[in-house]
Design a protein around this ligand. Structure first.
Ligand SMILES: N[C@@H](Cc1c[nH]cn1)C(=O)NCC(=O)O
Length: 417
């Protein structure tokens, strides 16, 4: 069941990333500018983030199996629509639905993991889930480039969409919500209930600690991977296309390796989760500072260090879900996960937009001939997000500990809270 659900998530990440290598082809096909191209990414991130809480509530109400199936079918239809889209507005609508279907997968997979695995295995399995999902991004790069070149736009995207049909069938046949039943339903959702569930989740300092953990750790890697990494390395740091591509691939590789390592460390040191997060964010800030402060182009070794620490931030964001898991009862788990999963995507969306705006502002004469100085300004926007994130992690870690001390003093320092 985990493998089938995991493959649906991998497919969602594949569809999410499948435009990254098709940028130039898309610009030609729809006759659009770079800003219009970036709108695809912004729209996807926006829809993804906006859907997290509704999807969390739907999972609590209708169970992960039904919601995951809806997500897989939405992705399939949206990607098929994208294959046939011949105008920019139609393509935007298709990407909007890709974002919607994508938003329905991860929360469902986490819910299934939380139901079917023993608690002590959950952190590792959660990390493995994130890790395998990221491979979808890597798979979208090379095979999609080859497919676009050899088969053309429509056939490439249709073939990508067709995997969804097979996986939807497997999902119907294999996945069960709970040991005793194929599908479960939670209590009906009145507006009052929804508000109560969300308020209860949000009032848990552990949920907010999870949200700010997710917010602070993953935006650097997500922004580099989905849009700005390639232009930053090529135009901002003077690397060749090939080296820029290798650096971004290395970042995915680091995510894949770091995920299970963190998954093994976290259950052994549950009391130090937020310290580990602060350490990782601190390393990301330090290496970015060295890159941005370097006079002229940064040496390749430093840029490698940058993608390594930024890559570790991806799996580190999963610690946010673990904090949510240990702070909420199971019937509120999906809505808490939905709240937490918004964090990194809101931060990434803000950064994607801010970088675009600052680049335009700092580029003399407009156009997309961005200078290294413009990139330095633009990438420095991350300090705003890091400062906010670190402050909030600190605040909510203090509150979480205070709450445990007040409610369960004998457990202080022993339980994974
Ligand atoms: N931070 C990611 C997952 C991840 C794991 N390793 C690297 N990144 C996340 O929040 N995922 C949610 C999703 O829908 O992908």
């Amino acid at each position: 069941m985990w493998i089938v659900a995991l493959l649906v998530y991998l497919l969602a990440v594949f569809h999410r990333s499948s435009l990254a290598v098709a940028g130039l082809t898309a610009a030609e096909r729809f006759d659009i500018s770079a800003a219009q191209l970036a709108t695809f990414t912004m729209l996807q991130l926006l829809v993804y983030a906006a859907m997290q809480i509704p999807v969390g509530l739907l999972v609590d109400r209708f169970g992960p199996r039904r919601v995951l199936l809806t997500g897989a079918l939405t992705l399939t239809l949206a990607q098929a629509g994208f294959a046939f889209a011949d105008s920019y507005p139609l393509a935007l609508v298709a990407r909007l639905f890709v974002g919607m279907g994508d938003a329905m997968t991860f929360i469902c997979v986490l819910r299934l993991v939380n139901t079917w695995f023993a608690p002590r295995r959950i952190p590792l399995i959660t990390q493995l889930t994130g890790m395998v999902g990221q491979l979808g991004g890597a798979l979208a790069a090379v095979p999609m480039t080859i497919a676009l070149r050899e088969l053309g736009w429509t056939r490439s995207y249709l073939i990508a969409a067709s995997f969804g049909i097979v996986l939807s069938l497997a999902l119907v046949l294999v996945v069960r919500d709970v040991p005793g039943g194929r599908s479960v339903r939670g209590p009906a959702m009145s507006v009052t209930r929804i508000r109560a569930s969300l308020t209860a989740s949000w009032q848990q300092p552990g949920t907010r600690l999870g949200f700010w953990t997710h917010f602070s750790t993953q935006f650097s890697a997500t922004t580099l991977a989905l849009l700005w990494g390639y232009p930053f390395f090529v135009q901002g740091e003077g690397l060749s296309d090939h080296t820029a591509g290798l650096l971004l691939t290395l970042m995915v590789g680091v995510m894949v390796v770091a995920g299970p390592v963190l998954g093994l460390i976290i259950p052994r040191h549950p009391w130090h989760r937020s310290s580990i997060v602060l350490g990782i964010v601190g390393s990301i800030v330090t290496v970015w500072t060295a890159v941005l402060a370097w006079p002229g182009e940064a040496p390749l070794g430093l840029l490698i260090a940058l993608v390594v620490v930024a890559g570790i931030g991806g799996p580190a964001s999963m610690i946010g879900f673990d904090l949510g898991r240990t702070s909420n009862p199971s019937d509120r788990m999906a809505s808490a996960t939905g709240i937490i999963n918004q964090g990194g995507f809101i931060a990434s969306l803000l950064l994607v937009v801010a970088i675009g705006l600052i680049l335009d502002w700092r580029t003399p004469g407009g156009g997309s001939d961005y200078t290294p100085t413009a990139f330095r300004w633009a990438m420095s926007f991350q300090y705003v997000l890091w400062a906010l994130g670190i402050l909030q992690i600190w605040r909510y870690r203090v509150r979480t500990r205070r709450k445990i001390m007040a409610e369960n003093p004998e457990e202080y320092g022993r339980v994974p809270l």
